[in-house]
Design a protein around this ligand. Structure first.
Ligand SMILES: *Cc1c(COP(=O)(O)O)cnc(C)c1O
Length: 326
């Protein structure tokens, strides 16, 4: 980061930002990319680049760009979300998507975009499903956006399943969509930053929205250098996070009162059942004292990442076991 050549990215002449944008666009098979401070802003730029005021985007109830972004697309873009319930595997049923697409009629918002997320809460959406959903959108003249904040986790898991490599899988998934947002600051471990990838035209529109949102940064090559390092060195390593999530799941299996959901990637959900539910707040406090952080209340969420090792996982298992023993 300290050695990164810098310019002024508001003028588009920061060499480190430009190199990162070219690298991620090429990796995922797009014409262009835009470096932004957060995944939230990346999704906002994506949705607002596809949609005008009075348009709508079809999205899952639990997707980040509907549920966890302060309603940004509606607030800043007057773009209406059309949320749908998820199937148990995280997908949106094709029939539900089709039924949600409105006819061209002044009663309705204009259905313009289908937004999906992969991984969704750590779940890998099946590739065949992504093919079908994006083909349906295309047939209905909808654009498609992927919130791929955790795309590389999906790609690494998919590569392990079919004997391919993670970067090809990431590109294969991204290739189904008109735009893709990826985070460098999640599993890849960079301190800051995401990228929106798309066609040159789409990214030109996104650049304008990023400016309005206050996300055009000056000497951001400093941050882009860290993101580039993450992209070069931390993708394949995600397999270790996935193995550690499985180790955590195995360690917690059989503890009375815990229902462990088998993890696809690096996120583990554990439901507290029966009398254990009453002890949830105490458990989180006990874990925090031991340096183990989890979120949730009755359905706890554990995430493995760059800064968690096998000893840490074992410590978490021991802390949870000891809590329920008392
Ligand atoms: C974290 C996350 C985001 C948002 O990223 P921020 O950088 O926290 O704004 C968007 N989508 C998904 C799926 C995420 O996990």
């Amino acid at each position: 980061m300290a050695a990164a050549p810098l310019g002024d990215d508001v003028f588009g002449d920061d060499p480190s930002v430009n190199a990162l944008q070219e690298k991620i666009a090429a990796l995922l098979g797009f014409e262009a990319a835009l470096f932004v401070p957060t995944g939230t802003q990346s999704n906002l730029c994506g949705v607002l680049s596809h949609c005008q005021r009075g348009d709508e985007y079809i999205v899952g109830q639990m997707q980040h760009c509907y549920r966890w972004e302060g309603g940004g697309a509606a607030v800043f873009g007057s773009v209406q979300p059309q949320p749908l319930d998820h199937q148990p595997d995280g997908s949106l049923a094709l029939a539900h998507i089709e039924a949600a697409i409105k006819p061209d009629d002044p009663h309705f918002a204009r259905s313009r975009l289908l937004a999906l997320e992969n991984t969704l809460g750590g779940k890998v959406l099946p590739f065949a499903y992504l093919q079908q959903a994006t083909a349906l959108a295309k047939a209905k003249c909808l654009a498609t956006h992927l919130d791929g904040a955790r795309l590389f986790n999906a790609a690494v898991a998919q590569a392990a399943a079919n004997g391919s490599d993670a970067r090809s899988e990431a590109r294969r998934i991204a290739g189904l969509f008109d735009s893709v947002s990826v985070c460098f600051s999640k599993g890849l471990g960079a301190p800051v930053g995401s990228a929106l990838c798309g066609s040159r035209d789409l990214i030109a529109r996104a650049r304008r929205i990023r400016k309005m949102a206050g996300g055009a940064m000056r000497q951001s090559g400093l941050l882009a250098a860290a993101a580039t390092y993450a992209l070069e060195h931390q993708v394949e390593r995600l397999a270790q996070d996935h193995a550690l999530a499985r180790r955590l799941a195995e360690g917690l299996a059989g503890i009375e009162g815990l229902q462990v959901e088998p993890p696809h990637t690096n996120i583990l959900f554990v439901e507290l059942v029966g009398p254990a539910r009453e002890r949830s707040a105490g458990l989180l406090q006990h874990l925090a004292q031991q340096g183990v952080l989890a979120t949730g209340l009755y359905r706890l969420r554990f995430v493995t990442h760059l800064d968690v090792d096998a000893a840490g996982v074992d410590r978490a298992v021991a802390a949870i076991r000891s809590f329920f023993r008392t």
